[in-house]
Ligand binder design. Structure first.
Ligand code: ADP
Length: 559
């Protein structure tokens, strides 16, 4: 800007100087011309009077100086001339000034030399005898004058331009200095130039607007950070170069990093091949996802491309902990495989026996045994299908209405249903304790008691016993089924609640077990928010307790 102002001032000064010089020269030239004309006319008047009196003698007596006098007769003949011999001169009747003088008494004209650098001025006046006296002088043209003054003009112009340059530099500095000192942080505190007020006001308004926008942005950022800080899922925002823009605490924990990774390449935070492939794929296709193990848990990573105004601005990565979901999916897959296997075994056994009978390969006396076998396997199959249906209902989140349930009454009902089976195996059944009331689904609680008692009978010894004790301490109500059976070895105790897990497969099959009884107990207990406790000693017996949150106080049972 300083340079621009400097150049402008200098240019104005130079143009002004040039224009002034031209005007001054013009005026001077015109003044000189006027003066010369006046002098010549005065000289001509004097000479005319002298020629009137003395004739050609006067002219002969004059020396040939700057101004030349020519006396011309009325017919144009040159009578005398102060510079040239008149006899040798041609007729002057056609000369402009002579013609005018002959016609009007006075005449004048000017003629340029061939180089245009010199001009001859002619003034003529008629004498009383009809002849004409002419005076002429050469005059330098304006061009000659200018050419002659080039040197002094150049010196003056140079001096003026140097002065202008110094002045222009100072001026430019003085103009720009207040502008340089303007404090744009506080636009209204400046008093540099009045003309700048509208601009400074506008800057001030923009400052206020920017401050407002910054405040809003900060509020939004805070809200975003607070929201993402509370998220269970890991969230990472990346820019279009893959640099971390934001990473929430869950993602920091997951990738074992902290907030300092913001601004870093995300592939330095997670160097896995799967991650780099997924990020590239999301950039290309818009979305990608993959699962990976991280810190002993399974995560699902969903990556989406972010776009704004038609151009890619980055990627957003969401990490979900799917450990439970994955294990559920795994156990579902295992369950399906197990169900197929469990259903196939009794069916193959039934088909095998039926084929033998059909082909007459079974002796008539053996037929009742085979038919009994078919019946037993079919019964097992039905029991198995019923258990599968029960478990599926529990898996799908059974929506049954809660009702007041008396655990003691349910236990008595189960005992009466199993009395026959217990008698057949030589096992004694007894119920004791209190009438404990809970809020629950009666059918499910019956399943719990029935399955626990059924196992206690199945895995008992002859002349053994099963004791069902109902407890209630005011805060918790519970059922304890205690037997004197074969017990469960310690290494199996944590697994017997898994689907189709059996300690002794053949014993279970023999006694019509499906391998699902304790799974049903576990799910039914979970449905009621109850806890299960198993205590068992091989060869001595097993005690399984299910503890429910109690609904009301218990009534003592008279012994
Ligand atoms: P099953 O139909 O085979 O009885 P469960 O799920 O009810 O299936 O039981 C799983 C396994 O746990 C049984 O196969 C058995 O080995 C063991 N078990 C369950 N209850 C008892 C018990 N009271 N005494 C000894 N073993 C038991």
């Amino acid at each position: 800007m300083t340079r621009k102002i400097f150049r402008s001032i200098l240019l104005v000064a130079a143009v002004t100087l040039l224009a002034s010089l031209i005007v001054i020269l013009g005026i001077m030239f015109e003044y000189a011309e006027g003066l010369q004309e006046k002098q010549l006319r005065a000289e001509l008047a004097l000479a005319a009077r002298a020629v009137e009196q003395s004739g050609a003698d006067y002219l002969a007596g004059l020396s040939a100086g700057d101004d030349r006098l020519t006396w011309v007769a009325a017919d144009g003949r040159v009578l005398a001339d102060t510079s040239v011999d008149a006899a040798g001169m041609e007729n002057h009747a056609d000369r402009e000034e002579i013609r005018q003088a002959l016609e009007t008494g006075d005449g004048e004209s000017a003629r340029y030399s061939s180089t245009l650098t010199e001009k001859t001025l002619y003034y003529a006046t008629a004498l009383s005898d009809g002849s004409v006296l002419r005076i002429s002088t050469s005059q330098a043209t304006a061009l000659t004058v200018v050419l002659g003054m080039v040197q002094p003009i150049a010196v003056v112009a140079l001096a003026a331009i140097i002065l202008s340059a110094v002045f222009a530099r100072r001026m430019a500095g003085r103009v720009v200095d207040p502008l340089n000192r303007i404090d744009l942080e506080h636009p209204l505190d400046n008093d540099a130039y009045e003309e700048l007020s509208p601009l400074l006001n506008r800057i001030n308004r923009q400052h206020l607007q920017i401050d407002e926008q910054l405040r809003t942005l900060e509020q939004k950022t805070d809200a975003f950070e607070q929201t993402t800080a509370g998220m269970k899922e890991g969230l990472v925002l990346l820019d279009d170069k893959g640099m971390v823009l934001s990473i929430n605490p869950a993602a920091q924990r997951l990738f074992g990093t902290d907030g300092s990774c913001v601004g870093q390449d995300f592939l330095e935070v997670d160097r896995s091949h799967d991650m780099s492939v997924a990020l590239r794929r999301a950039m290309a296709d818009g979305h990608s996802e993959f699962r990976a193990q991280q810190s002993g848990r399974e995560y699902q990573f969903d990556i989406s491309r972010m776009e704004s105004g038609g151009s890619v601005v980055g990627e957003v990565l969401l990490a979900f902990d799917v450990t439970e979901q994955a294990s559920l999916e795994r156990s579902r897959r295992e369950f399906t495989a197990n169900v197929s296997h469990e259903l196939k075994t009794p069916l193959q056994s039934i088909i095998g026996s039926a084929e033998l009978i059909e082909n007459g390969l079974v002796k008539p006396e053996d037929q009742p045994r085979f038919i009994g076998h078919i019946h037993q396997e079919a019964t097992r199959l039905v029991a198995l299908i019923e258990d599968i249906i029960r478990l599926s209902q529990l898996d799908e989140g059974l929506q049954a209405a809660l009702e007041p349930v008396d655990l003691y009454a349910v236990a008595e009902e189960a005992v009466s249903a199993l009395q026959e089976a217990a008698k057949n195996r030589g096992v004694r059944l007894s119920v004791s304790g209190k009438h404990a009331h809970i809020s629950g689904v009666r059918r499910l609680i019956y399943e719990i008691v029935y399955n626990l008692c059924d196992n206690a009978i199945k895995y008992n010894v002859s002349d053994g016993s099963v004791q069902i004790v109902i407890t209630d301490d005011g805060r918790h109500a519970g059922i304890r089924v205690q037997d004197t059976g074969i017990g469960i070895p310690a290494e199996h105790q944590s697994r017997v609640f898994e689907r189709f897990y059996r300690v002794d497969r053949s014993h279970s099959r023999q006694s019509g077990g499906t391998g699902l009884g304790l799974s049903i107990v576990k799910h039914a207990a979970m449905y009621h928010g109850a806890t299960i406790d198993l205590k068992s000693e091989p060869g001595k017996g097993t005690a399984i307790s299910v503890t429910f949150p109690s609904e009301s106080g218990a009534d003592e049972i008279p012994s």
